[in-house]
Design a protein around this ligand. Structure first.
Ligand SMILES: Nc1ncnc2c1ncn2[C@@H]1O[C@H](COP(=O)(O)OP(=O)(O)O)[C@@H](O)[C@H]1O
Ligand SMILES: [Mg+2]
Length: 279
């Protein structure tokens, strides 16, 4: 076995293009998307509705295929990476199995995959033990709720269950599509904090879609700014703020600087969009 190169990105897209439909009605959901995400980073993707954020995530999750360009996870195809259970996905609505209690829901992927002979891809940090899911549930405040059914939980609790479940197979890449957007602001801020704590504990690369500027700045090492028509990346901004980023951090001048920067980029992308002068 050769010594693994440590520079291989966790996620790499090069010239990725995705078109929905054909002929005059065809819609270019993504065009010329180049992005490299190093292992272990927390990257948010932000942009107005319809700019292709979900499509981008779905390409990485192997739920869609690019029409041209390449998409790779750890140097392999998304299909192969997903088959190897290297990818966790948290959708906008938590999709828990209603007849299983909280603990059964989060341990299901581990139970289904037990003995499946999961093989880690090259460069993967081997030898890690599976996370202690009951402990993670307690850490996100669900210790008392372990034996409740999803219908007996609030939206915020359900989303916490979905996040712990996605972490159960120790994904190398965790993809989250606006997981907190349906939640009220207090719940949302508390879940951001819990997500950061979990990410600190379970080293994984995160790609997090949001349309909240504050959320993007708080969570991320890097924010990818997208614009629509065609869906594309217009900026990649590193958030050079210290961690941990508790509630007090949100009020600092440095934090506001990054919020303003991202808002400016979003606004100029919107102003300069190709269709702005049409009809
Ligand atoms: N399955 C699909 N078929 C046709 N058009 C789609 C499909 N999925 C998304 N689109 C279109 O592609 C564009 C990008 O969508 P999406 O990736 O969902 O954007 P976002 O997540 O940023 O709101 C939108 O114009 C949307 O209407
Ligand atoms: Mg979306």
């Amino acid at each position: 076995m050769s010594t693994p190169a440590t520079t291989e990105p966790a996620i790499r897209l090069a010239g990725a293009r995705k078109v929905y439909g054909t002929g005059p009605g065809a819609l270019v959901a993504l065009d010329g998307v180049d992005l490299e995400i190093p292992a272990g980073r927390f990257v948010s993707v932000i942009g107005p509705s319809g700019c292709g954020k979900s499509t981008l995530l779905r390409l990485v999750a192997s739920l869609e295929r690019a029409d041209s360009g390449t998409v790779e996870i750890r140097g392999t195809s998304p299909e192969e990476a997903c088959a190897q259970k290297l990818v966790g996905f948290v959708p906008q609505t938590p999709a828990l199995l209603p007849w299983l209690d909280v603990l059964q829901n989060v341990t299901l992927p581990q139970r289904v995959n037990r003995g499946a002979g999961r093989r880690r891809l090259r460069h993967a940090p081997d030898g890690r033990t599976a996370p202690d899911l009951p402990r993670l549930l307690r850490e996100v405040g669900l210790g008392e709720a372990m034996h409740r059914l999803p219908a007996q939980l609030s939206g915020g609790m359900q989303q916490r269950v979905a996040i712990v479940r996605a972490l159960g197979l120790q994904p190398e890449v965790l993809l989250m599509d606006e997981p907190f957007s349906a939640l009220d602001e207090f719940t949302r801020e508390s879940l951001q904090e819990q997500l950061l704590d979990l990410w600190d504990e379970i080293t994984t690369t995160v790609m997090f879609v949001t349309h909240s500027v504050t959320e993007a700045v708080r969570l991320s090492d890097t924010v990818v700014v997208m614009a629509p028509k065609p869906g594309r990346i217009v900026d990649v901004i590193d958030i050079d703020l210290p961690r941990p980023r508790g509630a007090a951090q949100l009020k600092t001048a440095d934090f506001h600087h990054f919020e303003d920067l991202i808002r400016d980029r979003l606004q100029s992308a919107w102003r300069d969009r190709p269709t702005a002068h049409a009809a």
